[in-house]
Design a protein around this ligand. Structure first.
Ligand code: NAD
Length: 263
């Protein structure tokens, strides 16, 4: 058996795909043979990545054959979600995989955490994931009924969805929420051929994590993560190699939360 995963034209939407981990997921899915819709509020970055991936793949074919596209999406906007799903189906004929990756972080001691900060992080990280799932499920159900091919929803949580973290109350609550939402949907949607799993990255170098010094962290594998370190798990969950996997939690952190910190 080959260790290489071939996604064979499977259609994947990656939110927050314009930079950071989301861009690494879009690259890896595309490299594995998927057709990718990059969705973000970073229009320049997202469009540039789609153009780069597409030109690398098709070498002069017409736009109708595009293998990567960009769509503006603010995950907090229900109407934009409906448009992205419809336009992805119009462009590629299906939605097989949704990677709910878009996220923000803010920090404050709990007594100084403003309602505005709390609402902001819950709106993107949790309600945005819910909106995406709610928007894509009818399409995935219809595809399963018509073709027997199921869908895969991959929700990006965090190690902060597995444990408490001082100063990160809204973020931690949002990421625990994503974990719970993934499990309740996995149970409900299994009979409809839709798998739902959560992924929990540890410290991964990106704009979001730039203010944290990885030297302060105890990472058993001995180094901070790079965006590409999580991408293999995403490709696996997008593929039939994970066909019997749903409601599962994938911690990708170099072993960081497995150990007991010593004083
Ligand atoms: P990042 O800040 O580099 O990228 C986040 C992306 O989400 C950006 O492209 C941004 O434009 C997009 N985004 C933000 N708000 C949006 C909105 N309202 N609508 C659409 N897109 C929006 O961060 P990252 O480190 O690449 O994080 C990606 C995901 O991984 C997040 O959900 C984050 O919580 C999670 N994560 C990151 C780490 C880490 O160490 N970097 C660890 C665990 C989990």
């Amino acid at each position: 058996m080959s260790a290489t995963i071939d996604l064979g034209g499977r259609v994947c939407i990656v939110t927050g795909g314009g930079r950071g981990l989301g861009a690494a997921y879009a690259r890896a899915l595309h490299a594995a043979g998927a057709r990718v819709m990059i969705a973000d509020i970073l229009d320049d970055e997202g469009a540039a990545l789609a153009a780069e991936l597409d030109s690398a793949a098709r070498d002069g074919a017409g736009d109708a054959d595009a293998t990567a596209r960009y769509h503006h999406l603010d995950v907090r906007d229900e109407d934009q979600w409906a448009t992205v799903i419809a336009d992805t189906v119009a462009a590629f004929g299906a939605v097989d995989v949704l990677v709910n990756n878009a996220g923000i972080v803010n920090a404050a001691p709990v007594e100084h955490l403003t309602t505005a900060k709390w609402d902001a992080v819950i709106a993107v990280n949790l309600t945005g994931v819910f909106f995406g799932c709610r928007a894509v499920v009818p399409q995935m159900k219809a595809q399963f009924a018509a073709t027997g091919t199921g869908g895969s929803i991959i929700n990006i949580s965090s190690v902060e969805g597995m444990r408490g973290s001082p100063g990160l109350h809204g973020y931690t609550a949002s990421k625990f929420g994503v974990r719970g939402l993934s499990q309740s949907m996995a149970v409900e949607l299994g009979p409809s051929g839709i798998r739902v799993n959560s992924v929990h990255p540890g410290f991964i170098r990106s704009d979001m994590s730039a203010r944290i010094d990885p030297a302060r962290l105890d990472i058993p594998l001995g180094r901070p993560g790079e965006p590409g370190d999580v991408a293999g798990t995403i490709v696996f969950l997008a593929s039939d190699a994970s066909a019997f996997t749903t409601g599962a939690e994938f911690v990708v952190d170099g072993g960081m939360i497995t150990g007991i910190p010593h004083k």
